[in-house]
Design a protein around this ligand. Structure first.
Ligand code: MG
Length: 380
């Protein structure tokens, strides 16, 4: 199927920071995706928490499987809307590259540590990973991705930080939109985590089917599955419900976005960027149901006392590591000490190097590193 006129295309791309010869048999966005899949930060997603800490169980989502689910949902939506599937895939796979260990608690803890030093935002860190921190190519730092992939990765950004970012930050100051592909990846992220957190939450036993039946989005699918397949096991029942929820959200999103795209009459990616609001979205009724589910997950799962206990430990680990490295740079591994030598050497620069080191850690690496530094009987 040909791309719609409002889709991102190689021809309309704003290009790469360091110009390169066009790839022989791939599109520019396929090349972006391939560079993301081959980078070290992508592999580390396997051992970073989504909600449950990695070692809590082999069946729970990690940031890697989450990112793959986001890409799957995003590609389905992009293809149906005749958008650039490769770009949506690239953004989806890269969107969490800058995430700290221990999910949102890790990010909040690092942000708290970084308050005096410009703060820590995980979207900005994902951009930093692909722009600067990945050291793999001879001719440029980072992965040298296209403007459109970078624009999609930088989902949110404070105006203060946007001012430091040049062209990629401008839309936050001028209140412009990102490409439709970026908007799709953003909502695919939401669809993915709401649904897999229901699945993981049930598997963990922290939330129950009875609680979820009260939530409209889940309850409706529950009734249908029980009516159609009364004799199935609970595991199959849950999967049948979750797959229907994903499908309902995706279908609603496609229908509503089609309606908005037609009404807006946008004809190019630049018109998409200049549109007053995002053109990809759920209907009001579905947004409402999705929010209800989100609120439930926040109260019942993310704030469950057992999750809170893990969160508490994660905050402590991140805060301790930050403190100890800020206090004595000689405790950092040599390659990070080298980065300090190369930098300006002030506290601001040191804090950024320490934050980069901590943000790059997997859950288990952070736990081990904490042990090595704080446990007096741990000798290695
Ligand atoms: Mg995500």
């Amino acid at each position: 199927m040909p791309l719609a006129p409002f889709a991102a295309s190689d021809a309309a791309s704003r290009g790469r920071r360091h110009s390169e010869v066009a790839p022989a048999y791939r599109s520019e966005y396929q090349r972006d995706r391939d560079r993301i899949v081959h980078c070290g930060a992508f592999r580390r997603l396997e051992y970073k928490t989504q909600v449950f800490v990695n070692h809590e169980g082999d069946l729970f989502r990690t940031r890697l499987t989450h990112s793959i689910e986001v890409a799957q949902i995003g590609r389905s939506i992009a293809r149906t809307l005749q958008l650039n599937e490769d770009l949506t895939e690239a953004i989806s796979l890269a969107h969490d590259l800058g995430h700290t260990p221990f999910g949102h608690s890790g990010q909040d803890a690092l942000n708290a540590c970084m308050q005096e030093y410009g703060g820590f935002e995980h979207n900005l860190q994902s951009l930093r990973v692909v722009d600067v921190l990945e050291e793999r190519y001879a001719e440029f730092p980072g992965l040298n991705l296209t403007f459109e992939s970078r624009e999609g990765i930088l989902k949110h950004c404070s105006v203060k930080n946007a001012e430091q970012l040049g062209d990629i930050g401008r839309r936050f100051i001028e209140k412009q939109q990102a490409s439709l592909e970026a908007q799709v990846a953003n909502l695919a992220d939401e669809i993915a985590y709401n649904n897999h957190d229901v699945d993981d939450g049930l598997r963990s036993g922290l939330i129950t089917i009875d609680q979820l039946r009260e939530i409209r989005l889940f309850g409706k699918q529950y009734d249908e599955v029980v009516k159609r397949h009364p004799g199935v096991t609970e595991r199959v029942r849950i999967h049948e419900i979750v797959r229907r929820m994903i499908n309902r959200l995706v279908v609603d999103l496609v229908d509503e976005s089609r309606r908005r795209l037609t009404a807006s009459q946008v004809q190019s990616i630049d018109e998409v960027r200049a549109a007053g609001s995002s053109l990809i979205g759920f209907s009001d009724a579905m947004r409402d149901e999705s929010l209800e589910l989100k609120r439930f997950l926040r109260t019942a799962l993310y704030n469950h006392y057992r999750v809170r206990r893990m969160t508490r430990k994660a905050e402590q680990i991140v805060a301790d590591l930050f403190q100890v490295f800020m206090g004595d740079r000689r405790l950092l591994p040599p390659q990070f000490q080298d980065k300090l030598e190369a930098g300006q050497g002030d506290a601001l620069a040191r804090a950024r190097v320490v934050a980069d080191y901590i943000a790059g850690m997997t859950d288990r690496y952070a736990i081990r590193e904490h042990k090595r530094l704080f446990d007096p009987v741990e000798l290695t």
